[in-house]
Design a protein around this ligand. Structure first.
Ligand code: PMP
Length: 405
C-alpha cells in the first residue's frame, strides 16, 4: 500500500470537479493545474500586471521582484548554484533549440559529434539536426537492446568517439523508461562531453539535484509539472550559459546597441530576449511550491501502485501487446491491441470519456526501430485513482471485444 493520499491530492485540481465524467490519462502530454497555480495567474493579471525590468514605476518594480522570486524558487527546487543559471523559456522545445543553436555557433566545430539516444522525443533530435548539416556536425544515436533499453555497451563504444555533447532524455515520453541517467552522465563527463538532459518527463518523476547530477544543462516545461503552458526552463552551468550565442535578439538581452554592433547583457537577461511570460513564471513557481508539499518518494510508490493495478488487469485482456518496460517506469504505459490500429483503440476509449494519446508520440525514429506503426499511451499522474485504472481496464476489454467482432 502507499501512504500517499491520492484522493486528497486530487481535491487540489478543479478540473476534475468541472469534468467529473472524464478519466484523464494523457498526463505525459500535459497535466492539470491546481488551485494554487490558477489563483496565482488570476491574481497577477488582476492585481499585479506590469512589464518587468523596464518601468520607472513601482508596479513594474513589483512585477520584477515577483519574477525574480519565481526564478529563485525554481533555482532552489532543482538545486542550481545561483538564480542566473535558470533561464526562462517557453518550454523544453525552446530550451533545446536555444542550446543547439548556441552550442553550434560557439563550442562545436566541423567534424564534432553529438550523441543522443534512440529514446528521444523529436525536440531532442530535430533541434540538433536543424544545424548539423550546415555546421558539419555528426549526430550519433545510442541504439536499443532487445529489451528496448539503451544498449550500454554500444554507449561506451560511442563515447570512445569523444562526442562534444551528450544529450539524453531522463524519461522516455513514448515508453515511460527511466534512463540510468546518473551513471550515463558521469560516463559522458569522463569522456569529456558537455551533458544535456531533456527533463520534460523527468521533472515530474524525480526532483533533480543539479549540483549532484553530472548535467551541464537541464531543460523542462512547466505544463508537465502542474504549471502553465508557455513557460519552461533552460538550466545551465554559468560558464557554459555564457558561451551560448543567443537564439533570440531584441530588448532586454542587450547591453549596448548601435546600427553596426550590439553587446549583450549579463545572465540571465542575455538569453531572455523580449517580454517574458511573467505570469507563467509566477505560475510555475506556484506549481513548484505546491508539489514541494508532497513527498516525492510517496508519489513514486503511488504511481507504481497505479502501474501494478494496470499491469495485473492487462493480463486478463487477450491480444494486449505492451511496449513499455514494467521495471524503472515513470508511470507511462504504451501498448497495442494485436492487429488493431492504435487510433481505433483511442477512439473507442474516447467514447467512454477516457483521454489517452495514440500514434508515435513525437518519437517516430523509435517507432521505426520497434517496427510499430503507433501505440496507445496511458500516462498516469498522482491525481489518478485506482478506480479510474479499473474503469480504464474495463473500457479496454470492451474495446478489444468490439474490434474483434
Ligand atoms: N521532450 C520530451 C521527453 C517530451 O515529452 C516533450 C513533450 N511531449 C518535449 C520534449 C517537448 O516539450 P514542450 O512541448 O513542452 O516544449
Amino acid at each position: 500500500m502507499s501512504d500517499f493520499n491520492a484522493a486528497a491530492f486530487r481535491q487540489h485540481f478543479p478540473f476534475f470537479a468541472a469534468q467529473p465524467d472524464w478519466i484523464y490519462l494523457d498526463n505525459a502530454a500535459t497535466t492539470h493545474k491546481p488551485f494554487a497555480v490558477l489563483e496565482t495567474l488570476d491574481h497577477f493579471y488582476r492585481q499585479q500586471n506590469s512589464n518587468v525590468h523596464r518601468g520607472a514605476h513601482k508596479l513594474s518594480q513589483m512585477a520584477t521582484i515577483l519574477y525574480e522570486e519565481a526564478r529563485s524558487c525554481i533555482q532552489q527546487y532543482v538545486n542550481a548554484a545561483e538564480p542566473a543559471e535558470i533561464i526562462f523559456t517557453s518550454g523544453t522545445t525552446a530550451a533545446l533549440n536555444q542550446l543547439a543553436f548556441g552550442l553550434m555557433h560557439t563550442v562545436l566545430k566541423p567534424g564534432d559529434r553529438i550523441l543522443i539516444s534512440a529514446l528521444e522525443h523529436h525536440a531532442n533530435i530535430v533541434s540538433w539536426q536543424l544545424h548539423c548539416q550546415r555546421f558539419g556536425v555528426i549526430l550519433d544515436v545510442i541504439p536499443l537492446d532487445s529489451q528496448l533499453q539503451l544498449d550500454q555497451s554500444a554507449f561506451e563504444q560511442l563515447l570512445t568517439l569523444h562526442p562534444k555533447v551528450v544529450s539524453l532524455t531522463q524519461v522516455s515520453n513514448a515508453l515511460g523508461t527511466v534512463l540510468p541517467l546518473a551513471s550515463m552522465l558521469q560516463a559522458a563527463k569522463a569522456a569529456g562531453a558537455i551533458t544535456v538532459v531533456d527533463g520534460a518527463q523527468g521533472i515530474v518523476w524525480d526532483k533533480p539535484d543539479l549540483q549532484q547530477l553530472a548535467a551541464d544543462f537541464y531543460c523542462f516545461s512547466g505544463h508537465k509539472l502542474y504549471g502553465p503552458t508557455g513557460i519552461g526552463v533552460l538550466y545551465g552551468k554559468r560558464a557554459l550559459l555564457e558561451r551560448l550565442t543567443p537564439l533570440l535578439g531584441g530588448g532586454e538581452m542587450i547591453e549596448q546597441v548601435s546600427f553596426s554592433h550590439s553587446s549583450f547583457n549579463h545572465l540571465p537577461a542575455r538569453l531572455e530576449a523580449g517580454t517574458p511570460h511573467i505570469a507563467g513564471a509566477l505560475g510555475l513557481a506556484a506549481a513548484i511550491r505546491f508539489i514541494s508539499q508532497f513527498d516525492v518518494s510517496q508519489i513514486k510508490s503511488y504511481k507504481r501502485l497505479l502501474l501494478k493495478t494496470f499491469h495485473d488487469g492487462l493480463q486478463h485482456i487477450p491480444g494486449i501487446v505492451v511496449l513499455s518496460p514494467w521495471q524503472d517506469n515513470a508511470g507511462i504505459v504504451t501498448l497495442n491491441l494485436q492487429g488493431e490500429h492504435s487510433a481505433d483503440v483511442a477512439t473507442l476509449l474516447n467514447e467512454q470519456r477516457i483521454a489517452v494519446r495514440a500514434g508515435r508520440h513525437c518519437a517516430m525514429p523509435l517507432f521505426d526501430l520497434m517496427a510499430t506503426a503507433g501505440a496507445v499511451r496511458f500516462a498516469f499522474a498522482p491525481y489518478n485513482q485506482i478506480s479510474e485504472v479499473e474503469q480504464c481496464l474495463k473500457a479496454l476489454t470492451q474495446a478489444a471485444e468490439i474490434l474483434a467482432s
